[in-house]
Structures are given as C-alpha cells and as structure tokens.
Design a protein around this ligand. Sequence first.
Ligand SMILES: Nc1ncnc2c1ncn2[C@@H]1O[C@H](COP(=O)(O)OP(=O)(O)O)[C@@H](O)[C@H]1O
Ligand SMILES: [Mg+2]
Length: 217
Amino acid sequence: MFEFIDVKFKEIIDLPALCFERKKITTLIGASGSGKTTILKMLNKMLSPTHGRIIYNHTDLRRINSVAHRRQVAMLSQNPAIFEGNIRENLLIGLKLQEKDLPGDDAVLGVMEQVKLNKPLDSPVYTLSGGEKQRLALGRILLLNPEVYLLDEPSAALDENTEEMIMQMVTGHVRKKNKTLVMVTHSKAIAEQYADTVIEIVSGRCFRRGENNERDH
Ligand SMILES: Nc1ncnc2c1ncn2[C@@H]1O[C@H](COP(=O)(O)OP(=O)(O)O)[C@@H](O)[C@H]1O
Ligand SMILES: [Mg+2]
C-alpha cells in the first residue's frame, strides 16, 4: 500500500526499500529519536522525503493532494491537540474540519464506549486525565473512519489494563473493518502480540522486519 523507494529525510531517515501492507497491522519499534514519528509523518504527508519517493496505491505521494490524502490516512499524534470545550465538541472536530456529516449522540457514545471513556458528552475536557485525553483523541480518529490509521504511541499514557483493552479494541476494529494500521509503540510485547509485521528502526534505518505468520485471522 505504501512503498518507500530510496527514501531519505535529512540525515534522520535512510530507507532504501520498505513497504507497509494493506489491511495489515504493522508496528514500528525502536529507541527514542530513532525516527519512528518521522516515518509516520511521511506516510501522512506532513513531511516529505528530502530524497527518493513514497508510492501510495501506485501513485507517488507528491502527486496526491495532502488534504485528500489525510481523509484516507489519519494520524493520531504522540501529543494530540485537545481543544477547549466539551467532550462532544472534541470528538467531532475532526469531522467538522473535513466537512463531513456529523453523527448523532448515539454514534458518538458508541465511540466513547470503544475508547472506554465513561463520561457525559457535555463534560468539559479540562477534567480529563492525560490518559483520558489520549483516548478522546483516539475516539476522534475512529469517528473519521479512515482507510489507514497511523497511531503514534497511542497507549503511552495508559496503565497496563487500559492499554490492553485499548490495544484489543483498536486491533479488533482494524481487522473487522478491513483497515490498515501502522502503529508506533514503546512496547516490544505489544508490538509482537498484535502485529502482522514488526519493523524495528535503528538510527532511521530498518534494522529488522519480522512477519508474524502464525497469526490466525
Ligand atoms: N522536522 C525535523 N527536522 C529535523 N530533525 C527532526 C525533525 N523532526 C524530528 N527530528 C529529529 O529526528 C530524530 C528522530 O525523531 P523522531 O522521528 O521524532 O523519533 P522517534 O519518534 O523515534 O522518537 C530526532 O533526533 C529528532 O530530534
Ligand atoms: Mg516519536
């Protein structure tokens, strides 16, 4: 689905050949500063390679409109923006920006259940903890219903139990809906437990790529 051909980003990334497969779950692991976030941002066209090219569905990403691209390929950043206002407004803001139809409260509450947030939609967001804000931002991405999810350490602020619940929900959702997921995680255990492919990045290079062939879909 994504093919990197001789991609470099400044001195940070050097990926002669790397692909991310459609309808698969790929996890990116590696030390802090190794380039994982930079790779996600290139998949989302927030950054463009300084050398080489990235092919998305047979088309060079440079030839694809960034806004149109991000409708299909949505990224949850490591420190997602939370806006003033209530939970409902924060969940719907992505759809509003993309000028899509807004769902009713039933659908919004369905997403709240998916991300394990049990709060009234009218609650102000300043009452939420860091982990709850991260899940709120994940809910916002789920509502966008993109083809490809790019999640940058989505469970970094969560305790172990919540992390497990959220990982099961996200990966279950992606498989059930036939979506594609590329996820950065700090946890090797999570990476191996849930992914079809684990890519280890060292100093901006692909150090190891492992396929989890035993996974039973
Ligand atoms: N736009 C940028 N321009 C130059 N250097 C950057 C840019 N973004 C990140 N860096 C640097 O690139 C390296 C990799 O960063 P990053 O991709 O955020 O790593 P990771 O997500 O694996 O922790 C870091 O040294 C960081 O400081
Ligand atoms: Mg990062």
